[in-house]
Design a protein around this ligand. Structure first.
Ligand SMILES: C[S@@+](CC[C@H](N)C(=O)[O-])C[C@H]1O[C@@H](n2cnc3c(N)ncnc32)[C@H](O)[C@@H]1O
Length: 319
């Protein structure tokens, strides 16, 4: 037993404290796979390079870059792009020499040196879902209270009413009036502020968040806070041994475009189709490569899987 803390505090310490989960040597890819890994990452990189062209960007900054998987794929896809990675660890081994790297504090905090970005596409791929947020629960009187957690046991209890800023965010974006006791709101204010802080680093450019998300109409009142360790869903214990993530309230982020990964990739890469089987006789290796491409694109655009991820895009132009 230790003193219960608001989830946001316990979560920040568990992921980004001195022994935090994201400081572990194996990196995120040791625990889960995302669209930026392996064969999927090559296709995502192709789509992002096209988006960079459309947006007039010559520099791509990857915030929450893991161990540089997406940047490495981008370097292979488009050697002319300037690339910068930002994550909470020191420069990963094996990153191409011409990719710049900035260590970051973690969670909502960004490095001071990340500033005055011009002609840039900033990509935050699965960053906001690991920016810790307040977790609130409706009590038996119908009021939203802060959920506390014991970092040693994961046992939860209800703390006081929400602070005024979190309460105002809920009223505006995820009103809890009439929800039954036990319903939850993962308060998006900390993510909105982190997003604003990222947009504030850009003078001219485009910022893209790709993440698990929901809008007001889709509010998951059971909550989405979950933990992953070594590819398995485990209890959400904030002890540094596991990832802790909750879906992002995407509609409260300032944006110019809000779409799904499926729609975005169909637009940027076209639709997938099986290769002509005749190729299997004339170019067997080419046929197998084309089948692998189809399979990767099908996975990236699967509406029940990665294709359901939200793409939130905001443009920043000098005032
Ligand atoms: C869910 S992982 C995603 C990694 C990679 N983008 C991918 O999609 O595979 C989240 C990453 O965000 C990083 N992160 C969290 N807060 C950060 C911050 N403030 N600045 C930079 N990276 C951050 C974590 O360290 C972790 O590597």
């Amino acid at each position: 037993m230790s003193d219960p803390l608001p989830w946001r505090e316990a979560w920040q310490h568990a992921l980004y404290g001195p022994d935090g989960f994201y400081r572990r040597p194996e990196g995120p890819a040791g625990h889960f796979t995302t669209s930026s890994h392996g064969g999927l990452g090559a296709h995502l990189a192709r789509a992002l390079a096209r988006l960079a062209d459309e947006e007039g960007a010559t520099h791509v900054v990857d915030v929450g870059a893991g161990r540089g998987e997406l940047l490495t794929a981008l370097r292979a896809e488009r050697p002319a792009l300037r690339l910068t990675g930002v994550d909470v660890v020191e420069r990963p081994q094996g990153l191409p020499d011409d990719v710049r790297w900035m260590p970051s504090p973690g969670g909502p905090g960004l490095p001071d040196a990340l500033t005055d970005l011009d002609d840039v596409l900033v990509v935050a791929h699965e960053w906001l879902d690991v920016v810790p947020c307040t977790v609130a629960e409706v009590d038996t009187d119908g009021r939203l209270r802060t959920v506390l957690v014991d970092p040693a046991t994961g046992e939860e209890s209800l703390g006081g009413p929400l602070g005024p800023d979190d309460a105002a965010w809920c009223a505006a974006h995820r009103p809890a009036d009439g929800l039954p006791a036990g319903s939850r709101v993962e308060v998006g204010l900390a993510r909105d502020r982190a997003w604003e802080s990222l947009l504030g680093r850009v003078r001219r450019g485009t910022v893209l968040a790709v993440d698990y998300g929901h809008t007001r109409e889709e509010h998951p009142v059971g909550g989405t806070l979950v933990a992953y360790r070594e590819g398995v869903v485990v209890d959400p214990l904030p002890d540094g041994s596991r990832d802790l993530t909750a879906h992002v309230a995407v509609d409260s982020l300032r944006h110019d475009e809000l779409t799904t990964q499926r729609e975005a990739l169909h637009r940027l890469l076209g639709r997938t189709g099986l290769p002509d089987h005749a190729l299997a006789r004339t170019d067997p290796a080419g046929y197998l490569a084309a089948l692998a491409d189809t399979s990767a694109l099908t996975a990236l655009t699967d509406p029940a899987g990665l294709g359901g991820f939200r793409w939130v895009l905001a443009r920043v132009r000098p005032g």
